[in-house]
Ligand binder design. Structure first.
Ligand code: MRU
Length: 373
């Protein structure tokens, strides 16, 4: 399995995704501020992977303190909270680490440190299990032969492993379905061309790479059966923030009567965010647009906008595939039911031991749990 992020000998190891597919370089981080910088610079990227990295980063930062003070802890959390604004998994992971810190802070320092590492490891493990559950729920939606268009990279590289949208692809293959993947190159950072193609080829799945502007023509010709993407933040009404270009694909899918699926863990749902209008959209540097692989492709002096994400209104979303099952429109009430089930602790934050809004089947470890409780 691809190791996107790992805790190793008291340090955090990241696969440097900026260098893929040319070189496979692992970098070791021993300070939390360097790790937060790595998130900002996209050494690691993808909403769940950023969350896992931040959790490890908080544990890492606390290994160095001489006293477990709230001030020291919050300073470390703040460094991560300011790394990237859109993916809510980052803030979700910080909140989980904060809960553990609050419960442990009166314990001896070594115990606080141990519990924080244990929590980060749990977040890591749970993300992989969550993706397997998403994969199975999503795969069951697909016909026996299916041509999927995906955008950006919502795969193992964007998570702790297995992936969300690409988890659906992997699970469909495991169920014996015949799957073909069209990967959009995903300008400007080329996550589709560089990362999705790299990780699928490593798994023996040969994708067809297209430029972002080819999607409509492929759909018009009848070459695509559905679109599956990941998400960085899902609002309470079902609006979805994901990589820039997602909204265009959703509009195209609707125009061609194709299902548009979003595959995401519940840690990507921001229950406090009423609609997509409230989601902060990261603006990245103009150089990402004016340059490709370090080479200028637009004349100096050109003006640039570079929003890293867009918001797809809920009306374009056919279904959201979570680890708890498939949420269907009306999404506001499906997400509301999910939120109520969480607050009643019918399932935990991590999402195992689960019931779904449809009463679908899901897993707790190896054991199957079916239907509503
Ligand atoms: O800017 P990135 O590469 O971090 O953006 C990643 C995406 O938009 C993914 O689609 C999203 O995080 C889902 S990953 C499972």
């Amino acid at each position: 399995m691809i190791r996107t992020v790992e805790w190793h000998n008291g340090a955090v190891v990241l696969l440097d995704q900026r260098l893929l597919p040319w070189r496979e370089v692992y970098r070791v981080y021993r300070s939390h501020s360097a790790l937060a910088r790595a998130i900002r610079q996209m050494v690691v990227r993808g909403a769940p992977a950023i969350g896992v990295t931040a959790a490890y980063g908080i544990a890492l930062g606390m290994q160095r303190v001489r006293r477990a003070t709230d001030l020291a802890f919050e300073r470390i959390c703040n460094t991560f909270a300011h790394s990237r604004p859109t993916a809510v998994n980052l803030f979700w992971a910080i909140e989980r680490m904060r809960q553990v810190y609050n419960e442990a802070r009166d314990q001896p320092l070594d115990e606080v440190k141990k519990r924080l590492i244990a929590e980060a490891r749990a977040i890591h493990r749970e993300d992989i299990a969550t993706n397997h559950a998403i994969g199975m729920h999503g795969a069951r939606l697909l016909p026996e032969r299916v041509r999927i268009l995906t955008h950006c990279n919502a795969g193992a590289l964007a998570t702790a492993g297995y992936g969300t949208a690409l988890g659906v692809v992997r699970a469909a293959k495991e169920l014996g379905k015949t799957v073909h993947v069209f990967a959009t190159e995903t300008r400007p950072f080329l996550q589709g061309a560089r990362l999705t193609c790299w990780e699928l080829l490593r798994d023996g799945i040969t994708p067809t790479l297209i430029t972002d502007s080819m999607a409509g023509e492929l759909m018009r010709r009848g070459d695509v059966d559905c679109v599956i993407v990941g998400a960085d933040r899902i609002a309470a009404n079902g609006d979805v923030a994901n990589k820039i270009g997602t909204y265009s694909l959703a509009v195209l899918a609707k125009a061609h009567r194709l299902p548009f699926y979003v595959a995401a863990p519940t840690s990507t749902v921001d229950f406090r965010c009423a609609s997509g209008a409230e989601i902060p959209i990261e603006q990245r540097s103009p150089e990402e647009v004016t340059h490709i692989a370090g080479r200028r492709v637009a004349p100096a002096g050109t003006e640039v906008v570079n929003p890293a994400f867009d918001v797809t209104p809920q009306s374009y979303v056919t279904a959201i595939v979570t680890e708890h099952g498939v949420l269907r429109p009306p999404l506001r009430s499906a997400i509301g039911a999910l939120s109520r089930a969480r607050s009643l602790r019918l399932y935990g934050d991590s999402g195992h031991g689960i019931r779904t809004t449809e009463g679908a089947t899901t897993t707790r470890g190896q054991r199957k749990v079916t239907g509503r409780r």
